[in-house]
Design a protein around this ligand. Structure first.
Ligand code: ADP
Ligand code: MG
Length: 729
């Protein structure tokens, strides 16, 4: 029996908020209690073991087998006290979710007995039966196995009764099959490149960490309504639905008071997250009704990525307890705002300096400008790659939809820094500069205030904006694993810093003084990357035209955007920075294309099913009522009266038929188009075909279904409507 919307609505109205108690008054008393972090390690490990894990975390040294046995034993004792009976290697395959396969700690022994066992071997390496994870053909040609390997830089944690060990996932021949492996390599590359550049300014810098602070947007919808919408359940978004009379135009949800049920859910998942060491700090309503955001304090990038993956998982689990579903989809409801995941990114040194934070002296400001300008240059040179790393079927609905960053990559700097860059461009001379010229320059950059005004008057329409002490990559989608964008951003930054150092060193070897050499190379970067800078309204039509004039790309769809992953430029960038081989990049490209195709295929099927099983039968029933009514009128009326009285009904009957006809015809055509696309073997051609020939039916089918929604009697409409999904509390 279909789960009719009235039954669902009744259920929603009977809900009461779940009472959630804080475990203690102070967060400090339970923060990280489910993590095998520094405190737990200090308590459970020998000094030798502790030092060895810390060295692995901080310097990336290997942990030998004997030590691994010791760490495993301690980890297990700790986990057992936390109630864990199982352990799992926790990894991030290219499906976009996290994967786990739980094993019990015990092993059967002879004589029908069992012993508890969890040694270094089990900690360090596992072989999940992972043949069904996407691999882009890598494991088909080599050994058909992959393995997971412990990543000691991210601490183990307990969820429920399971000890989770963060791991990377690679093929037997060492190729990356996950998001984390290339991320760790990109982080190592940017660490090395940034440390090298820091030597110009400060010899004490020996380690540079990329930092990431994500902001997670999401929608909440009641479980009962969700279940009455097969499209939400199967695709994560509403494929149909007429815009309600009241949407978000009053802006009354944004930063408004959070409804009780939602608050209770938030408190619950925040407590769980804090126990897992996720430093979640901020929560507020977002622009659309029933849309919210949460954000933690920023952390080292790899840890922040794991924490975001974990948080999405925790949110979904906790939501069920509150009879909610979390919609992490980038665009669950056409016509209202979509969801993103801003990635705030910076670089920070072992000496406690944020490299993207202006300093108080000309010297620290030159260091700041160096990293700042190199970021702009890296984005300029690799704009298409940045576009590619946020390209998904979901995000296509959001980008450039007049409420989200456009598909055109540009950088926002703010007036003050734009002026500083313009000044550098005009004042720096190639060849030797006079002492006066140099002093004037240094005085100029000495004047950059350490708190930038633009932090407050900031531009919200840029896909990549400087916000005072960090860059904010805003085009990332809400359901994405941050590791993808973070791999790209850190990789292109590493590459640019290496190039920068090479150029500066070349000038120094020609006898040019260091600061002057730095100024000159920075000036070149400024000149060469000028066209990527944009301070205006990124949502406007004028920008599209202006960007085209500037020669910036505007790649609108995922199948085309993904191409930048396998361009010559990207291939060699990833190779020379030891992040991914050509083979790995090709494999990834294929997987992303396949994922795109599958998503559109599923949406198209659900659309067809709903049209035939829900929409058309409902419309026909209502039309029959109208026909009956017309017949009745005819029976009781004179011909002249009848003509007058039945006219509207007659028109409605015809209108309904027209909609039904179009829906049926278009769905049939779409099904044919799908069949044709399915027969294509080339993954790229197939994705393009799905994008151009199948997806192109979505809007027209939806248009006619949504027309029926407002024509047909509200009583008989089976699917919860937008106003109910968005406004029922
Ligand atoms: P806003 O809330 O106005 O966007 P915030 O300064 O509060 O600005 O920062 C938003 C996000 O940026 C938070 O998640 C925060 O942790 C993160 N963030 C702040 N500083 C850094 C940094 N140096 N590196 C990475 N992320 C940062
Ligand atoms: Mg922000």
């Amino acid at each position: 029996m279909a789960f009719h919307r009235f039954k669902a609505l009744e259920t929603v109205l009977s809900r009461v908020p779940l009472d959630v108690h804080m475990p203690n008054n102070k967060v400090s008393e339970f923060f990280g209690e489910n993590v095998f972090g520094i405190d737990a390690m200090r308590e459970y490990l020998s000094e030798e073991g502790f030092n060895s894990v810390m060295a692995a975390m901080e310097q990336g040294t290997q942990i030998d087998r004997k030590m691994a046995d010791q760490v495993a034993a301690s980890m297990k004792s700790w986990a057992n006290i936390k109630g864990a009976t199982h352990y799992t290697h926790w990894f991030q395959p290219l499906t976009g979710t996290t994967a786990e396969k739980h094993d019990a700690f015990f092993e059967p022994t002879e004589g029908g007995r069992a012993i508890e066992r969890f040694g270094g071997g089990q900690l360090v390496q596992q072989e999940p039966d992972a043949s069904s994870f996407p691999n882009g053909g890598i494991r088909n040609t080599f050994e058909a196995r992959g393995y997971t390997a412990w990543d000691p830089t991210s601490p183990a944690f307990v969820i429920g009764k399971t000890l989770c060990i963060p791991t990377i996932f690679v093929s037997y021949t060492g190729e990356a099959l996950d998001f984390k492996t290339p991320l760790l390599k990109a982080l190592a590359a940017v660490d090395k490149a940034a440390v090298d550049v820091c030597q110009y300014f400060d010899k004490n810098v020996t380690k540079v960490n990329a930092t990431l602070g994500w902001e997670q947007e999401y929608f909440l919808v009641d479980d009962a309504l969700f279940n009455a919408r097969p499209d939400l359940a199967m695709t994560g978004r509403a494929l149909f639905g007429h815009i309600p009379a009241k949407g978000q135009q009053l802006d009354d949800h944004y930063f408004g008071s959070i409804p009780d049920r939602a608050t209770s859910f938030m408190r619950d998942f925040e407590i769980e997250s804090l126990k897992l060491g996720i430093p979640i700090k901020t929560r507020h309503n977002e622009v659309a009704p029933n849309q919210f955001e949460c954000a933690p304090v920023f952390e080292e990038c790899n840890l922040a990525v794991d924490h975001n993956q974990l948080l999405m998982d925790v949110m979904e689990k906790v939501a069920r307890r509150h009879n909610f579903r979390v919609l992490l989809h980038e665009k669950p409801y056409a016509g209202v705002n979509g969801s993103g995941k801003h990635n705030n990114w910076s670089l920070s040194t072992n000496t406690g300096k944020n490299l993207l934070s202006p300093g108080k002296t000309p010297k620290t400001n030159l260091q700041f400008l160096t990293f700042f300008i190199n970021t702009v240059k890296a984005v300029h040179d690799n704009a298409d790659l940045l576009r590619a790393c946020i390209a998904t079927a979901n995000n296509d609905h959001r980008l450039g939809a007049n409420e989200a960053p456009p598909a055109i990559v540009s950088v926002f700097l703010g007036t003050q820094l734009s002026n500083v860059l313009d000044e550098l461009e005009t004042k720096v001379k190639s060849g030797k500069m006079s002492p006066d010229e140099k002093t004037a320059l240094k005085l100029g950059i000495g004047k950059i205030p350490d708190i930038l005004l633009d932090n407050t008057d900031r531009n919200r329409t840029s896909p990549f904006a400087f916000t005072g002490n960090k860059f904010e990559f805003r085009a990332v989608g809400s359901s994405q694993n941050c590791a993808g964008p973070m791999t790209v951003l850190n990789a292109i930054m590493a590459d640019q810093l290496v190039k920068f150092k090479k150029d500066v060193d070349a000038l120094i070897s020609k006898g040019i003084e260091k600061d002057e050499a730095i100024f000159q190379v920075l000036r070149e970067c400024i000149v060469e990357s000028k066209k990527i800078r944009f301070e205006g309204n990124g949502y406007g039509e004028e920008w599209v035209k202006e960007a085209e004039k500037r020669g910036l790309s505007n790649i609108k769809t995922t199948p085309l955007a993904l191409g930048a992953f396998v361009s010559k430029q990207t291939m060699s960038l990833f190779e020379r920075n030891h992040i991914m081989s050509e083979r790995e990049q090709h494999a990834r490209y294929d997987i992303y294309l396949e994922t795109y195709t599958k998503k559109i295929q599923i949406e198209s099927r659900v659309m067809a099913d709903l049209s035939f099983n829900h929409i058309i039968p409902t419309a026909i029933k209502y039309q029959s009522l109208l026909i009956e009514n017309v017949r009745g009128l005819k029976d009781i009326m004179s011909a002249a009266d009848f003509k007058k009285s039945a006219q509207i009904q007659m028109e409605m009957i015809v209108e309904i038929s027209e909609h039904i006809n179009t829906i049926k015809t278009k769905v049939d055509e779409m099904t044919e188009a799908r069949k044709k696309a399915n027969s294509i073997n080339d993954v790229k051609k197939q994705a393009i075909e799905y994008c151009e020939k199948v997806k192109s039916y979505f809007d027209v089918i939806r248009y006619h279904v949504d027309k029926l929604e407002i024509l047909v009697d509200d009583e008989s409409w089976p699917l919860p409507k937008y106003r109910e999904l968005l406004f029922t509390k």
